[in-house]
Design a protein around this ligand. Structure first.
Ligand code: G
Ligand code: G
Ligand code: MN
Ligand code: NA
Length: 242
């Protein structure tokens, strides 16, 4: 209750911040960022999104929060572009936002108003959001794809990894969940899973991002498996973009 009230006021009180975590290519060059929200509350301290996103979803506050993050990300895309850096930014979409009838309008209004090149924006969807009404979701994603916006399937492998989603939805990128990357050099099963996801992504002409890369040996082994892009503490923690 107290948390809910605080969350309601957080936007007005400007307690949210967007951190950006770099994504790199096989040369270690930064090719883009993922936007990750942070809530700095005067009493509770730094509240993890894992604890307030579910509350924001259940109360509906997530709609305003996600719009705010998207606006922030578009501003950053513009800022980077003005510095001569055409880097893409990935933004996490919430289930509740995706389920809205006006999802396409919500996103396209912000994107058009910002004046960004839409191909520099990537929206991250997780498998767990895709359980019902796939046909409706497909229409929404198709409409935004038409504008040039890219889509990635986040946390891949942790939900019902249905290949049906990949067949039906306009996906561009697969993000291998960090739970597979964490021990893939020592666990044979994890290695097989990572290798297979990368091979499948290639076969489907999808780009593939490995998440949670923390060690140089992991990076090198992933490059050998022909993974395209890499994200993790080895390259940078989520931090404010200056
Ligand atoms: O940074 P990490 O602790 O940063 O994020 C934890 C979880 O919160 C992840 O699953 C991430 O996808 C989610 N998350 C982070 N930022 C946002 C956001 O802006 N919107 C939504 N919907 N989820 C987010
Ligand atoms: O669910 P999603 O993939 O959107 O969330 C990304 C989460 O992973 C964020 O909480 C982010 O802070 C965290 N993260 C990013 N890189 C690493 C890493 O190298 N190791 C660990 N343990 N967590 C990471
Ligand atoms: Mn993500
Ligand atoms: Na993930």
């Amino acid at each position: 209750q107290q948390m809910e009230l605080a969350l309601k006021q957080a936007l007005v009180k400007q307690e949210f911040q967007v951190f950006y975590q770099p994504k790199v290519n096989t040369f270690g060059t930064i090719i883009g960022y993922e936007a990750l929200i942070r809530w700095q509350h005067p009493e509770f301290g730094l509240v993890s999104p894992d604890s307030f996103i579910p509350l924001a979803e259940s109360t509906g506050l997530i709609i305003d929060i996600d719009s705010w993050v998207l606006e922030n990300a578009c501003q950053q895309i513009n800022k980077l572009s003005s510095q001569g850096q055409a880097l893409s930014i990935a933004v996490n979409v919430s289930q509740r936002q995706l389920a809205r009838k006006d999802f396409v309008e919500l996103v396209s209004n912000i994107v058009v108003a910002s004046g960004i090149d839409p191909t520099l924006l990537e929206l991250e969807i997780t498998e767990s959001m895709l359980n019902d009404d796939l046909e409706n979701t497909r229409k929404k994603l198709d409409a935004l794809s038409q504008l040039g916006i890219l889509f990635s399937l986040d946390d891949f492998g942790t939900g019902y990894s249905s290949l049906y989603y990949l067949q039906k939805l306009p996906m561009n990128v697969l993000k291998i969940d960090q739970s597979f990357v964490r021990a893939f050099l020592t666990q044979e099963t994890d290695y097989a899973i990572v290798k297979t996801i990368i091979a499948m992504a290639k076969a489907l002409s999808l780009k593939v991002v490995a998440e949670g890369v923390e060690q140089q040996e992991q990076y090198e082994a992933l490059i050998a498996l022909e993974c395209d892009f890499f994200q993790g503490y080895l390259f940078g923690k989520p931090a404010p973009l200056v």
